[in-house]
Design a protein around this ligand. Structure first.
Ligand code: MF3
Ligand code: CO
Length: 264
């Protein structure tokens, strides 16, 4: 197991900037979600906002095996868990849910965040899925305390989601994030209290519950990217990049108002 990178003052300042940009892009996309638009519309808006804020997509061209991810954003609808590829054929309908995952490079550092938005009114079970998944993220973040262990985050998320009748995805995990999109440690959304690495000040962690309404099992579609719930039931995804400090966890993926200047 390789060591978890600790960011110095300069790295933290750069993480703040990358994360603020990722969060601002995500915030700009949320209100665009409505029946009739396509996931490609969201992709184009995301691509343009990333460029406008002077950053680069960390997803575009991201290599996995021999494949390169073909879009600037990941847009996953309903039973799609993560890594949905935007398409002009995918029209959002009332009752859908859509997970927006925005990862940017800025000045050598990566900011990563995600949020699942309902398209108009959704079934009450799906509403509950979104609420529980969102709250599970908060509970996970609360455990990102110096002196705790990574398993404390994992356990808090798993326990809350399962107590509410949902399941946590096991095939993908949260992760450290910094000079690359995926750094140590892995942050599973399931696990035991007191297990795993000890949390120290200066870690930057992408905590990201992926929560299924039904069974946790997933499969990858033939496009090589889109991960779906194997049982075809809806799945939600909420993610923040968090800095660990002696004063507690600090969420870095906080949007800025787009009039404000974007420099540190
Ligand atoms: N937030 C996703 C992750 O951590 C972003 C993946 S980008 C993609 O895996 F290129 F793989 F789609
Ligand atoms: Co991530």
């Amino acid at each position: 197991m390789s060591a978890i990178p600790i960011k110095n003052k300069d790295g933290i300042a750069k993480m703040r900037e990358a994360c603020a940009i990722a969060a601002t892009v995500l915030e700009q996309l949320k209100p665009l979600v409505r029946p009739g638009i396509t996931t490609q519309d969201l992709e184009e808006a995301g691509r343009d906002w990333i460029a406008r804020l002077g950053a680069r997509s960390a997803c575009y061209g991201y290599q996995h095996g021999s494949r390169r991810y073909p879009a600037h954003t990941c847009i996953s609808v309903n039973d799609e868990v993560v890594h949905g590829i935007p398409s002009f054929k995918r029209i959002l309908r009332e009752g859908d849910i859509v997970s927006l995952d925005i990862v940017v490079w800025n000045d050598g550092y990566v900011g990563d965040n995600a949020f699942t938005v309902p398209v108009g009114p959704v079934a009450s079970a799906v509403e509950k899925l979104l609420r529980v998944s969102r709250d599970a993220l908060d509970l996970g973040i609360k455990q990102a305390q110096v002196g705790n262990r990574i398993g404390d985050i994992s356990h808090a998320i798993q326990h809350y989601c399962e107590a509410n009748g949902f399941s946590v995805v096991r095939d993908m995990v949260g992760h450290g994030v910094g000079v690359s999109m995926h750094e140590p440690p892995e942050i599973p959304n399931f696990g035991r209290k007191g297990a795993g690495d000890k949390i120290k000040p200066g870690m930057t962690l992408a905590i990201e519950p992926m929560v299924n309404l039904g069974h946790h099992k997933t499969k990858t579609l033939s496009d090589g990217w889109t991960v779906v719930a194997a049982d075809g039931l809806p799945s939600a995804h909420f993610e923040h990049t968090v800095l660990t400090t002696d004063r507690g966890p600090e969420i870095l993926t906080i949007p800025r108002s787009v009039g404000a200047p974007f420099s540190s």
